[in-house]
Design a protein around this ligand. Structure first.
Ligand code: MF3
Ligand code: CO
Length: 263
């Protein structure tokens, strides 16, 4: 999501609501697992969107990105230097060596889920694979801090502390976010270091979308003329890894959108 939203407290989900979040997220994880196997050279980004939309429907969900602030598709498909919010197109054909980020969400029984993965297309450069792997690892570093009584920026700082010494760019213009009955709720969750401030206290029943966006070059990005596609200013490739998580009643984090083969 974009930065700078109003200052409200995040919604706290009760046990029933958490269970509905789980149901929504489980369906989204399934969609991602099928999309992973679908990625290959020669398909278009519109093919991915079309397949993803059919999977969401098959799961009894509705695409929550479609028509969100006018976004025209169910899935954001972002290739190489495109960081996020790439608009699927029949003219954009994946080639061996590309990396492709799929950001997808759905709404099920009134609850939103949101997750992103970056995949290699065929054989990719080892540096690109390392970028993808480290982006994923940074998420897990962050999530270790998502426990009752910790503070929001413990997550941000842990993500940044992992990525910064490795020399990556951490995108600052977009952040993670609370999620629940709305796709984007409070709080805003930066992936960069926040000095001096702690952020809100983390509590059971919070559900958060944590989503590091990481580049092999600068953190600086720009919006393309289509009003959506975000690209790195230096043209370096970028990766994205996002899960919807919950802080459970016992105070521990639960990752709700993990695919079966990630567990
Ligand atoms: N996961 C994306 C985000 O949090 C959702 C984008 S919805 C879209 O920014 F409609 F803007 F694409
Ligand atoms: Co998100």
């Amino acid at each position: 999501m974009r930065r700078n939203r109003n200052k409200e407290q995040p919604s706290i989900k009760n046990a029933e609501e958490l269970e509905l979040m789980r149901q929504s997220c489980k369906r989204l994880a399934y969609v991602h697992s099928k999309l992973k196997d679908f990625i290959r050279p020669g398909i278009s980004t519109a093919d991915i969107n079309e397949y993803g939309e059919s999977l969401i429907a098959e799961q009894g969900g509705k695409p929550n990105f479609k028509n969100y602030n006018g976004y025209p598709a169910a899935i954001c498909v972002s290739v190489n230097d495109e960081v996020v919010h790439g608009i699927p197109s029949a003219d954009r054909i994946l080639e061996e060596g590309d990396i492709v980020s799929l950001d997808c969400g759905l709404i099920y029984e009134g609850f939103h889920s949101d997750a992103a993965r970056t995949w290699g297309v065929g054989n990719i450069h080892p540096n690109a694979q390392k970028l993808i792997d480290d982006t994923r690892k940074s998420f897990f570093e962050g999530i270790r801090m998502a426990i009752n009584g910790n503070h929001l920026y413990d997550i941000s700082n842990a993500i940044a502390a992992y990525l910064t010494p490795l020399g990556y760019g951490i995108v600052r213009d977009l952040t993670g976010h609370g999620i629940g009955r709305n796709l984007h709720e409070e709080p805003v969750i930066p992936n960069y270091r926040i000095p001096f401030k702690k952020g809100i206290e983390l509590k059971p029943g919070m559900t958060l979308a944590v989503e590091p966006m990481v580049t092999l070059g600068t953190w600086r990005v720009y919006w393309e003329s289509d009003g959506w596609t975000v690209r790195t200013q230096d043209g370096a490739p970028a990766a994205h890894y996002e899960n919807t998580i919950a802080i459970r009643p016992d105070g521990e984090p639960e990752i709700l959108t993990l695919m079966e083969d990630e567990k």
